[in-house]
Design a binder for this molecule. Sequence first.
Ligand code: EPU
Length: 422
Amino acid sequence: MDKLSITGGRRLEGEVTVSGAKNAALPILCASLLSSDTIALSNVPALNDIGTTLRLLGQMGVRAERGNDGTVSLSAAQVSSLEAPYELVKTMRASILVLGPLVARFGEARVSLPGGCAIGQRPVDQHIKGLAALGADIRIEHGFVIAKAKRLKGASIRTDMVTVTGTENLMMAAVLAEGQTVLENAAREPEISDLAELLIKMGARIQGHGTDRIVIDGVDTLHGASHRVVADRIEAGTFLCAVGATGGEIMLRHAAPDTMGALLDKLQEAGLQIECGTDWIRCAMRQRPKAVGIRTREYPGFPTDMQAQLMALNCIADGTAVMVENIFENRFMHVQELGRMGARIDIDGHTAVVTGIDSLSGATVMATDLRASASLVIAGLAAKGDTTVERIYHLDRGYERMEQKLCAIGADIRRVRAQEAA
Ligand code: EPU
């Protein structure tokens, strides 16, 4: 398995181009199942999760052409299989996003249930409950969700909690249903609006995306469309935390600062100087960070996907920060590893109390999930001495060329390939 080898203590200076958002691209790729026409996408990040989704769609008969400039063109004119097998779903939970589109267009789907996950139980009961409300006949058999419906029928659906992929799955199902669907308690994440914008270009009738009440009037068919995937607010935020921890000044290009309000506020509170245009963010850090408390919330609250990275910053901040994780029940897996670098963090249930110290010390640490890995990289960049981050396959799932982008702004970071390490 590849590792990252980091020598800490370098200031970060220069420009970074932000990639397209993983969590927008994944549902958008699955939306190609909704039409027999071609969907032409740009700004699709080169990530392992994107590769997995293209393999999944490919097994179903979707033809995909991927350029090396972030373009992907998809045609679901000849879908031959309506199944998402366990082998792919177990490596990527977002595979569940084919469920809604398959039932909506083909009247049938057989999707393996995702199993447990490092950051929490993450059930998909709300996806299933919503599809049943849309008239699908659903059975769970041999670890698969089997859903059938001649044609889905519009319904009013209120999910028990706010769910991002649940909202996306149900929105994709409802666009081809007969009649009107109202999704109450819908997630408001920018990635949902991005998906809705693609669906509207394909001929869907959707209103209210970006709010907690989405109204969808079903249509008979959808047509082809082109779409540029929105910028990755979590990747952008990760680079901002890195500069916050090391000091320096960077310019993020192709960013979407209007999707990053809660995070930018907190980083300013931590002492970062931030200036934004429509698609850029300039950020400078010239002091020791100040400790900042957060409570993770659904959008537009502080994102759970940034909790671990901000924690790395708090580890070396002036003061004590109380950080509460409200979305997932087990998303403090980075805490023990940060502790190995000298961090002082106490955990009580969903709350972490981080007491800032002058500096972290480099160590060998192990990544446990995607954002935990990013947190350890930030800690390594700021630490004294050398850090090795092991198991970075998690990082490759969700950050495009992270070490190259960091090298280009002055970090001393290098990928040690598995063969090289051996
Ligand atoms: N939940 C249920 N039942 C459901 C659905 C969700 O109990 O049917 C619970 C979950 O267990 C969790 C909460 O509701 O406690 C919220 O989960 P949500 O469904 O919103 O999460 P998700 O859709 O599975 C997406 C992102 C995650 C991100 C979360 C929260 C994608 C592909 N994934 O997951 O991204 O953390 O929303 O914002 O969009 C990441 O990129 O590192 C990542 C984990």
